[in-house]
Design a protein around this ligand. Structure first.
Ligand code: DON
Length: 563
């Protein structure tokens, strides 16, 4: 009897094990298809060209990033920075390349304050002082050498062609160039390239960038040696400083990309892999998800669900302001912040029927110790993955273009906290952890992310300043609810960033009924314009074998899947 019972138990255990491993056995180990979603069809085509030439997803990332620098000159570029999250199929290893801009050596904590200690926003947004030392060229070289299969020159070829032969502008270009026309006119060089007769050109205009083509060709030929240590470096320093900057040749010569371990956590049965500091993205995303995991979101009515998500955003963004900055300069209690027990503590005063005023949360910095950017996602047939978010900060960055380079310098210095609790252009506040210091990287919200469910793998990210993290959070919740990537990129958006203490939502994003329900709970609502975000996402369903890619309907992106 005993014996047969043991046998029976053994049989049960074996059956259970088989049942548990059966779906795994049926899962694909490689997608067998390639996919790219980027903010511009020409950039997606550049990546496809390089994959079809025998490259892998990392070569494609070089091609897409370089092409975006040409066709989306308002979003990212050689004069800016980027984060690349990588998954290598061969060994399953995950890498995060931090190519964030650094402050020049001559930067000081009060460089954006006037003689009365008041923040002068103009200085951190326009002209040479606004520009950090660029990281993207170094990242392209690093990606090609450490991860790619092709020569850097092969992967840069489509971008060089687009710069030399020109690309055709669309409505988005007209909007961005119109928005920055005055600053571009003041630049003295960028206007000749990006405007026609001093005005934003009508859609359908061809923009040719011979200087940028030459700079890209130089990077292809000498692995960015001239860009960081040669003739191009001299032009960059001269141009930045002629526009009021404080760059030195040494700032460029000593620039290095950093590899950092990604932030990894779990939300129910989903593994989340995302951006570590100097991005705030991964930590804020996981803090919010950890709070949300305590609730059965699917069982809540829509207004209560939105309320809970907003309250999670509020608490996670408070910690951004308090703790986060460049990890090379600030000790960040990462493990504590993404711990589930800490989420319980954060949620201790979260009620389902009332907004928690941000002013009732612990104040930032109380401890004595003191619009534009771009994202793309790639997967190749072998299963290599890239999630990359790239930026020069606001449209056309600082609008400084050092003569003879074709390079638009960023205005990423505005991402620093210029003074304690003084909002930057996204309304974000910070304290000492994100103050300006020589060689320091400004805190970012860019959140390139992988999500890995039992059978589905997702790749996502978006531009959108401070709202990047809340958009990625909403995208991850859509993924967790089993929705397809067309839903992640299209989902109506809402946002809370601790301060200001308001719920921002995109025009048309909240029904009157939902808005009333949130107001009744004590939330202050503020409608912000459409055109908020430009998410680019990929889903690989390992059970069905299907690969899908989706571009945000708010943008003009290109999503392509091919065998
Ligand atoms: O790194 C950051 O957080 C910002 N520089 C990103 C800027 C951005 O997304 C602008 N887009 N609308």
């Amino acid at each position: 009897m005993n014996m047969s019972r043991r046998t029976w138990l053994k049989f049960l255990a074996a059956a259970l094990a088989a049942l548990l491993t059966w779906p795994l056995a049926a899962l694909e180990t490689a997608p067998g298809a390639n996919a790219i979603a980027s903010a511009h069809p020409d950039a997606t085509a550049a990546g496809r060209e390089v994959l079809e030439a025998g490259g892998n997803a990392f070569d494609a990332a070089v091609a897409v990033a370089a092409a975006l620098a040409v066709v989306e000159p308002y979003s990212s570029g050689l004069g800016g920075g980027a984060f690349f999250l990588l998954h290598r199929a061969a060994d399953g290893a995950e890498h995060f390349i931090d190519a964030r801009e650094t402050a020049p050596a001559a930067a000081t904590a009060d460089m954006f304050l006037d003689e009365h200690g008041e923040f002068v926003r103009e200085r951190s947004l326009n002209g040479g002082l606004a520009a950090g030392i660029p990281g993207l060229p170094a990242a392209l070289v690093h990606l090609a050498h450490q991860y790619g299969k092709l020569d850097l020159a092969r992967s840069l070829a489509p971008a060089i062609r687009l710069a030399r032969e020109g690309f055709e502008t669309g409505p988005r270009y007209a909007m961005m160039a119109g928005y920055r026309a005055a600053a571009l006119r003041a630049s003295g060089t960028a206007d000749a390239v990006f405007l026609v007769d001093g005005e934003a050109p009508a859609p359908g205009t061809r923009i040719v960038q011979p200087d940028l083509a030459a700079t890209l060709a130089s990077i292809a030929a000498d692995d960015a040696e001239s860009f960081y240590r040669g003739e191009i470096a001299q032009r960059l320093v001269a141009g930045a400083n002629a526009a009021g900057g404080i760059w030195s040749l040494d700032d460029l010569a000593t620039y290095e990309v950093r590899e950092r371990p990604p932030i990894v956590g779990r939300y129910h049965d989903i593994r989340v892999v995302s951006a570590p500091p100097p991005s705030s993205g991964g930590i804020v995303l996981l803090e919010a998800l950890n709070i949300l995991e305590r609730y059965d979101l699917a069982a809540l009515d829509e207004a209560t669900r939105l309320h809970v998500v907003i309250e999670a955003m509020r608490r996670a963004y408070r910690d951004r302001a308090d703790f986060l900055g460049d990890p090379d300069f600030t000790d960040i209690p990462v493990a504590h912040l993404i711990d589930k027990d800490y989420a319980d503590w954060l949620a201790r005063d979260l009620t389902l029927d009332h907004a928690t005023p941000s002013s009732s949360l612990p104040p930032v910095g109380a401890k004595p110790e003191g619009r534009d950017t771009t994202h793309f996602s790639v997967i190749d047939a072998a299963g290599n993955r890239v999630a990359a978010t790239l930026s020069i900060n606001t449209p056309f960055g600082s609008t400084v273009m050092p003569p003879g380079t074709g390079v638009v310098l960023n205005n990423e210095m505005d991402d620093f906290s210029a003074a304690p609790l003084t909002p930057n252009t996204y309304g974000l506040v910070g304290a000492g952890a994100n103050s300006v210091a020589p060689h320091k990287r400004p805190l970012s919200s860019m959140t390139p992310t992988f999500v890995e469910g039992p059978t589905r793998i997702g790749i996502l990210g978006t531009p959108g300043g401070s709202r990047i993290i809340s958009m990625v959070l909403i995208g991850v919740l859509e993924f967790a609810a089993g929705k397809p990537p067309t839903d992640w990129v299209a989902a109506p958006r809402y946002h809370h960033q601790y301060l200001p203490d308001v719920v921002q939502y995109e025009a048309g994003g909240l029904s009157a009924e939902l808005a009333a329900a949130l107001t009744a709970r004590g939330h202050t609502l503020s409608e912000v314009g459409r055109n908020y975000g430009n998410m680019q996402a990929i889903l690989w369903d390992r059970a069905s074998g299907k690969v899908e890619a989706a571009s945000d309907p708010r943008g003009e992106g290109g999503a392509d899947v091919w065998p």
